[in-house]
Design a protein around this ligand. Structure first.
Ligand code: C5P
Length: 402
């Protein structure tokens, strides 16, 4: 079945010459079974008329916030949409969207929606390469918007260069992927579950200004917390770093392994516990009360083991489904298998942190999930949010098998 069948798509068209290509995209989406509502900016109508889109789309084209029988068309469109496809996206529309401006129907619909958004920029090379455009697109990507990069080729006025609207196939593929991701994200299969997540690297003080730490950014743990909350879980996140979380997530900030242990134990029981934090394995035995002064001599810091929170939870059984992480640089799967049993976890998420773009501080990750039932699932290089999704899918499946 077509990924577009029965899906509601707002085709947001802004005013560049590539607006004529949006007509073809509109036709192909309708042919694939989508309900398409075109929304045109003023400038778009100078290139292609409202009538053309109304004739081809399944719904009539919309052009204004005001002269419409619906008093709040942007909210209605934003709420009903499964996807908003901005094609073409001019530098102005990209800039307004990044700034959160909503001075026309298209801008207001973008701000009023929770649906996935795909943006297809098309403009002259100078505008495309301008730092403002690039910064705005980076910001939009960070917020989860899909950007379909333009191609090199002929531009308006006979110019050549980067900025030509991407090919229809690339745009339709990105739209299909965003729809599928949106559908997965709207799964509410964790309603009623308490999920406890840890994130970030612990800091074990040497003195008041120095610590033993690691390179963990906390991004993977945050992605798990955000994903679990989106799926309806009641989430507590115990973290060593502060990032954005939905309001419903209880955020507990800690610094050391000992503080993390106390915070985790205090907040149990939970149906699912995901220990994504990189907890230090050792800490200085006797942190100095005052800053250690520089002397020309060698110094030795004696370290002692920290409490192993995951192993403690594995023994206690207070965590319903227990997920641990293993960051390895060699014998990756064998080490993870050993950890699964030694810690008493239900799932170990292992990554080879020596591979490029994997693990610490990256926005992407590549992992294998090993579970106590003997199943192995490889998740190829993808966003940390997708990895979070795979982890929670497996945790929910294991719970349902019990
Ligand atoms: O033993 P190792 O540090 O390799 O295991 C990693 C897993 O164990 C991670 O899930 C981490 O959060 C957890 N861990 C822990 N307490 C420690 C060390 C690791 O909970 N002291």
């Amino acid at each position: 079945m077509s990924p577009f069948a029965g899906r509601r798509i707002v085709l947001a068209v802004s005013g560049g010459i590539a607006a004529y290509k949006a007509v073809e995209i509109c036709r192909r989406l309708v042919d694939a079974g989508a309900h398409v509502t075109p929304v045109l900016t003023h400038a778009a109508q100078r290139f292609v008329g409202e009538v053309t889109f109304s004739a081809l789309a399944s719904e009539r084209a919309r052009v204004s916030l005001f002269d419409d029988e619906d008093p709040i068309p942007h909210v209605t469109l934003g709420r009903q949409a499964d996807l908003i496809l901005v094609c073409p996206a001019t530098a102005r529309v990209i800039g307004s969207y990044a700034a959160g401006l909503s001075d026309d129907l298209l801008g207001a619909t973008l701000i009023a929606t929770r649906a996935p958004v795909v943006v297809c920029p098309a403009m002259h090379t100078e505008m495309w390469e301008h730092p403002a455009t690039q910064d705005n697109l980076r910001l939009l990507s960070e917020r989860g918007v899909t950007v379909v990069e333009p191609e090199e080729g002929r531009l308006a006025g006979g110019d050549e260069g980067a900025g030509r609207l991407a090919a229809p196939e690339s745009i339709l593929t990105a739209a299909a992927e965003a729809l599928a991701a949106g559908a997965r994200a709207s799964t509410r299969d964790m309603v009623g579950l308490r999920v406890l997540v840890t994130a970030g690297g612990t800091r074990e003080p040497i003195d008041p200004v120095r610590f033993v730490g690691n390179r963990s950014s906390g991004k993977q743990g945050y992605a798990v917390a955000v994903e679990a909350a989106a799926r309806g879980a009641k989430v507590t996140l115990v973290a060593t770093v502060q990032r954005q979380v939905p309001e419903s997530v209880e955020l507990v900030l800690v610094e050391t392994a000992e503080e993390m242990r106390t915070a985790v134990l205090d907040r149990l029981p939970a149906e699912v516990v995901v220990m994504a934090a990189a907890v230090a394995d050792y800490r200085p035995v006797a942190p100095a009360d005052e800053k250690i002064k520089k002397s020309g001599e060698d110094r030795t810091i004696t370290l002692e083991p920290t409490p192993d929170i995951l192993a403690e939870l594995g023994r206690s059984g207070a965590a319903g489904t227990l997920v641990g992480f293993a960051a390895e640089t060699s014998d990756v799967l064998a080490n993870a298998e050993a950890k699964l049993h030694a810690k008493g976890a239900d799932i170990i998420v292992v990554n080879d942190v020596s591979a490029p773009k994997v693990g610490f501080d990256h926005d992407t990750n590549e992992v294998t999930l090993l579970d106590a039932a003997g199943d192995r699932t490889a998740v190829p290089l993808t966003s940390k949010r997708d990895v979070a999704q795979a982890i929670l899918d497996r945790a929910v499946t294991l719970r349902n098998l019990r």
